[in-house]
Write a protein that binds this ligand. Sequence first.
Ligand SMILES: Nc1nc2c(ncn2[C@@H]2O[C@H](COP(=O)(O)OP(=O)(O)OP(=O)(O)O)[C@@H](O)[C@H]2O)c(=O)[nH]1
Ligand SMILES: [Mg+2]
Length: 293
Amino acid sequence: MTHKAGFVSIIGKPNVGKSTLINELVGAKLSIITAKAQTTRHRILGIVSDENYQVIFSDTPGIIKPKYLLHERMMGSVEQSLQDGDLLLLVIAWEEKQLDEEVLKRLQKNKAPVIGVLNKVDLATSQEDVVARVEALKKEITCLDFVAASAKEKFNTKRIFQLILEHLPESPAFFPKDQLTDRPERFFASEIVREKIFMYLREELPYSCEVEIMEFKEEENIIRIYADIYVLRDSQKIILIGAGGRNLKKIGTEARKDLEAFFNKKVYLEQHVKVRDNWRDDTNYLKSFGYTD
Ligand SMILES: Nc1nc2c(ncn2[C@@H]2O[C@H](COP(=O)(O)OP(=O)(O)OP(=O)(O)O)[C@@H](O)[C@H]2O)c(=O)[nH]1
Ligand SMILES: [Mg+2]
C-alpha cells in the first residue's frame, strides 16, 4: 500500500470551533478552548500517524482584521499555515449567517483543495435547515465537499478524517511516527495558564495578558513551573490578582489541575504578575513570547 502524508490547515473566524475540531481529530487536547474569541494565538501542529499515513494538522488563530502588532503576528501564522497546507479545512459555524469577508479574502489566496465544515450543527433546530445551508455553502465555495458536523458532540468528525485521508497526497512521513506536536512542554504549560485567564477574566483583560514560562523543572515526582503573567497596566494587575489574591488563586488552582492531567505528574505552579505597557505592539516582547514575523 502507498503511504500518504501532508499538511492540513484549519481556518475560519474566531470562536467557530477550530481548536475543538483539531483536538478531536488529533485525539489529544493540544489546543486550548474557551468561549471567548481569539483564544488561539499561535499555529500549533498536531500529528496523527499510522503505518500508512501521517496527517499534520495546523490549528491557527481565528481570522480577524489586525488592530495591533500581536494580531498581525497571529494573522502571519495563518498565512504561513495556508502556504504550507496540502489541504484546507474551512470551518464555518452554524450561527454565521453570512460568509465572513476577512475569511473570504484569505480563501482567495489559497491554492489547496478545500474541505468545508459547517460546525456546531447541534445548535440547529431542524435537519432540513442544516441540509439547506450545506447545499448553499457548496454553491458559494469551491470545495471537495462540505460536511455538517459538531466538534463538541463528535458528530461527523470521523467522516471529516476519512475525507482528509482520501485527499491526502502520496508522500513519505515528514515527522517521526511517534511525534505528536512541534511544540515543547513549556508551550503547553503557558497555554494552560492562559486558558484559565480567558475563562475566569472578563472584557479586555484576557486580551491584555500573556504568559511566559520562566522555569520548567522536571524532578522525579513533581514538575515545578514558574510562570510570569504580563498585563498592560497597573489597574489590570489589581483586577487579575483580585481581592485577597482570589482571582490569581483560582487561575492557579484550575491551571494546576489541568497541568497535572496534561503531564500526568504532580505540578507545583508559581505565578507572578508583571506590568509591561505596550507588549502587544513591541517587537521584542512579541518575539520573546514566541511570535515571529
Ligand atoms: N454548540 C457547540 N459549541 C461548540 C462546538 N465546537 C466548539 N464549540 C464551542 O465554541 C467555543 C469556541 O471553540 P474553540 O474551539 O475555542 O473555537 P476556535 O475557532 O478555535 O476559536 P479561536 O481560537 O478563538 O479562533 C467553545 O466554547 C467551544 O466549546 C460545537 O460543535 N457545538
Ligand atoms: Mg482556537
